[in-house]
Design a protein around this ligand. Sequence first.
Ligand code: MN
Ligand code: MN
Length: 350
Amino acid sequence: MPQSEPYKRHRPLQKFKYDIEASEGRITAGGSAKEANVDEFPISESMAGVSMRLRPGGLRELHWHAIAAEWAFVIRGNVRTTVIAPNGQAEQADFGPGDVWYFPKGHGHALQCLGPEEAHFVLVFDDGHFSEFGTFSITDWLGHTSPQVLSRNLNLPATAFSSIPKDEAYIVQGRVPPATAEKIRNGGLSENQFPHKFRLLETHPSVFPGGEERLVSSLEFPIQKTLTGVIQDLKPGALRELHWHPNADEWQYYISGQARVTIFGAHGRVATEEFKPGQIAFIKQGFGHFVEQVGNEPTRLLILFNSPVYEEISISEWLAANPPALIADNFGLSAEQVALLPRAGKGIIA
Ligand code: MN
Ligand code: MN
């Protein structure tokens, strides 16, 4: 259908769906990683995602991210992490399904699968130009530094460095760590005063007729200064009502079940896509949108916002925040019809 005159000069909406699990990714002995940054998914300027799997003992080696903080949600399995902050405080912690970690930009960290099963977790970075494959890994650095310098710095003879990896190891197949964590090498370091761990699925949800939602912003998890995370559960047939977010882009990863997402980008532009497990959506800041649950199985999705504070305006809240005559004039509705419109936000509708 030809677009009407006033809308013609606006570009079509960008593609807002990407099938991250269908991509090949990077596979190593200890695990694998599939990523979605601006190269694979151009609309996702503000956030990048990685779906990572580690086999028992699989070690995502010591590394840091120069331009982005790392947020993670564990879907399956168990992971032990270590992280150091610039104030010298260190933390070692274990994560299971439903747990979240947040490593601020530049903080050095490592991840290892505790077994007995493979661990699967979704990482979200607060910069879409970041590449998980271009991060700063310790073997990449030491493998490109002279043995003489390493010998002076690390107290071993230069010959000891002849056997270390010459290029980035990325994910190493290590030994399964003991159930009780070994003490860190410098027993004098103080524990981190702002924990990197938050047990999202252990929190009380906001309950709506059509489902429930668990949210972690910087209010609940102070170290998480750049993102807000949500786990949303939609019952079959549910409708997440029309709304938008004034302060943030929205990044979604479908964990289970299916849904149909429709976005509104002004100038008559709307687009709808269907999502199933392993697919991601990206909705730009301020774009109107709603989610219709699809299928007989409930739908669970992970949502990230690139702001530490959650903001939303829903259609029903907004209409309730105006006088009846104004609403009647705006839509050409009768006073009786306006009286039937909702008087508060509906969240997730059954
Ligand atoms: Mn990392
Ligand atoms: Mn939303």
